[in-house]
Every structure is written in structure tokens, then in C-alpha cells.
Unconditional design. Sequence first.
Length: 306
Amino acid sequence: MVLAWTSLIGMDEHSNSKTPVTLLGLGNMGTALARAWLAAGHPLTVWNRTPERAEPLVREGARAAATPAEAVASAAGPVVLCLLDDASVGETLDGADLRGKEVVNLTTSTPAQSRERARWAEERGARALSGGIMAVPPMIGRPETGGYVLYSGDRALFERHRETLAAPAGTRFVGEDPGHAALHDIALLSAMTGMFAGMTHAFALVAPEKDLDRSGFAALLAEWLGAMSGAAHGIAAQLESGDYTQGVASSLAMMAAADDTLLTTARDQSVDPRLLVPYMELMRRRVAQGHGAEGLAGVVGLLSGE
């Protein structure tokens, strides 16, 4: 502990003007966040269930708290949580006095859990902000990688600490509903999962071709997916207008008709099409309901129970 305080005393006056941060949870992401705040000159107090995880950070200038309650009690700035799951948040803060504290929960949660946890913190006298980290640990502290953190909940709390929160990664406030950061997080990750499924199928198609340039194909694939990502704006416009035929270039009927070629090629290449078939079946169902002129927003409507 003496080493930690000595390190803090040794900081220059500029770094001491930075907002102190208290961080609970030092897994890979938590450790990356800690190092980013230290590098930016923020006085940092850390706690981890396994104390040994804090030792390297103490050598780098952090102060280690013996318990979460001690860490929270000494907090003069945001108390950031980066733990395993929502249950861990409750267990970690059990017994801590949250009155007057500012809690920033970056633990991966569902929207419902985020809303309930924010309410839970506010009932205990804290102000609450929820977050969703759109980055992996190597992207933290490296703005050129494009990583960012989604925030929602107490807007005034976010604005007060915007600069501090931006030290590890970019910040994007997505609304005052505490569940919206988690909702955006899960929606974006869901889109990424679907994209990865398509990439996996694409590479499986070309894999048997021994004379095909895999690197060259990867470049084409990345370029194509980037070009097609603009379709998101068209879907949003259709959903906002309620007219799912608005601006349609390739209708569901056209895309569904082309599915047979995709499936035949998969069969010819000895590739299991199970990554594509569920989506194709949804398009065909929407067409069968008489909505073949719609764009992809029609499938959104189908999934939403329209």
C-alpha cells in the first residue's frame, strides 16, 4: 500500500488535476481500462477479487483497495465496474455505501439487467450510468483502432465525466434509458455474428479450390461487405416511414428467387448451407404472405410479429 501511495505522490501537478477513477474488476478488459486511465494521468484506485491481479498496476501507480467497500468509500470520482456478469455487480457492491457516489457499470448485461441495476444503485443513493464496450482489450487506449464505449442513463453524469470516460476509448451516449447501451451493444454484436456466419459460409465455398488466392478473396469480401453495410440506412428509413417498399432496389421476391443458385452452389461445393437457410426461409415466408415487393425491413417486421 505504501508503494501505491508513493507512486501517486510522485505524479506531476497536471496528472493530479485529472479526475480520480475507482475501478472494480481487473480481468483482461478491466486491466486494459486501468492502464489507459493511468497513462492519461488519472489517479486510480483498483480492486479485484484476486488481489494479485492488482500488483502490476500498483507498481505502475495505482492504489489497491482491500475491499470493494473501501474502494467505494474513498472514491472521489466515478466508480467503474467491469465484472463478470450482473450477479457479480450485486455481490461486489453488497455492503458498500453508495450514497452520493457515481456508478458507471461497464459489465456486460442484458437491457433488463442494466435497467434494474441502475434502479438498484439509485435506490441506494447513487447516480448511475450504464455502458457497453464495443472493443476488445488490445483496442483500449488506442484511439486509432476505432473502439468505443456506448453509454446510457444519467446524461448529466455522462457529460460531467465525458473526458475521463474517453481516456480508454471513444464515447457514444445513446439515450437516457439505462438499458439502451446494452441494447445497442447486443444488437451490434448480433449483426456481427450474422456477418461472421456469412463470412464463414463464403470461405467454406472457396476452400476446396486449391488454386484460389485466399488473401485476394478476403480483400474482395471485406470490400463487398463494407459496400453492402450501407443497406442499414435504407432499412432504418423504411422502418421509420412504415413503408417497407420505399427505395427498394432488390426486393424480397428477387432475393428469394436467387436463393436457389446460392443453395445449388453450396451443394456443388459440398458445403453445408445451414448458416444461410434460416434467413432464406424467413424471406420466403414473407414473400408467401404477399410482401414480395418489400425490402429487408419486411423481414424485420416478420421477426417483430407483424
